[in-house]
Design a protein around this ligand. Structure first.
Ligand SMILES: [Zn+2]
Length: 167
C-alpha cells in the first residue's frame, strides 16, 4: 500500500509584522515582535489575556487581547481556536496523490501549541476537497484520528496521528 507520511507542528501563527512602539528600556521607538506566547492574568473579577511582544533587545511588552469575567473561582477561560490559514504547513494535493496511486496519507502531529479543529485544519491544508467533503469523510470514518472515528470539531493534540483514506 502506498502511504504518504507527513509530520506537522501546530503553532500559533505569530503576527509577522512588528509593531512600532516606544520601549521604555531602550528609550526610543522600536519594532516589537509577537513572541506568539499568550498569558492569562486574573485579578479576582476578571481574567486578562495578553500577547507577549519583545523588542530586538529582548524587552517585553504585553498587549491586552481580551478580558473575561470570572464568575466563579474555577472559571473556564474560553480559548480561541487558532486560525489555520496562515500556518506554515504544506498544502497536500489530494487529487494528485490519488492519481499517483497513494491510498493513504498519514499525518503525525509532532506538537500542538495552539488549538486546531480537525476539519478546519484539514480544509485549509488539503487541496482538492472542500470543507464539507472533508467533514463527510470524517463522519464516514475515512479520515480517522489515532485509528478511531473522530468528530469534525475534534481539537488536535501532540502525537495524534491523522489517517486520510485517499483511494
Ligand atoms: Zn527595548
Amino acid at each position: 500500500m502506498l502511504v504518504m507520511e507527513h509530520t506537522w507542528v501546530l503553532t500559533q501563527t505569530p503576527c509577522t509584522l512588528p509593531v512600532l512602539r516606544y520601549c521604555r528600556s531602550c528609550g526610543r521607538t522600536v519594532p516589537f515582535f509577537d513572541t506568539s506566547i499568550r498569558r492569562h492574568n486574573a485579578n479576582g473579577k476578571n481574567i486578562y489575556r495578553f500577547a507577549i511582544y519583545k523588542c530586538e533587545r529582548d524587552h517585553t511588552w504585553n498587549e491586552k487581547l481580551a478580558i473575561y469575567k470570572s464568575f466563579t473561582e474555577h472559571v473556564e477561560v474560553p480559548e480561541q481556536e487558532t486560525m489555520a490559514e496562515n500556518l506554515a504547513l504544506p498544502v497536500l494535493p489530494v487529487l494528485d496523490y490519488k492519481e499517483q496511486g497513494v491510498q493513504e496519507v498519514r499525518i503525525t502531529i509532532e506538537s500542538a501549541d495552539a488549538r486546531y479543529r480537525l476539519d478546519k485544519l484539514l480544509a485549509s491544508r488539503l487541496d482538492g476537497w472542500s470543507r464539507s467533503q472533508i467533514v463527510q469523510k470524517i463522519k464516514d470514518g475515512r479520515i480517522r484520528v489515532n485509528q478511531r472515528e473522530a468528530k469534525p470539531s475534534a481539537i488536535l493534540s501532540a502525537s495524534d496521528v491523522i489517517v486520510i483514506v485517499i483511494g
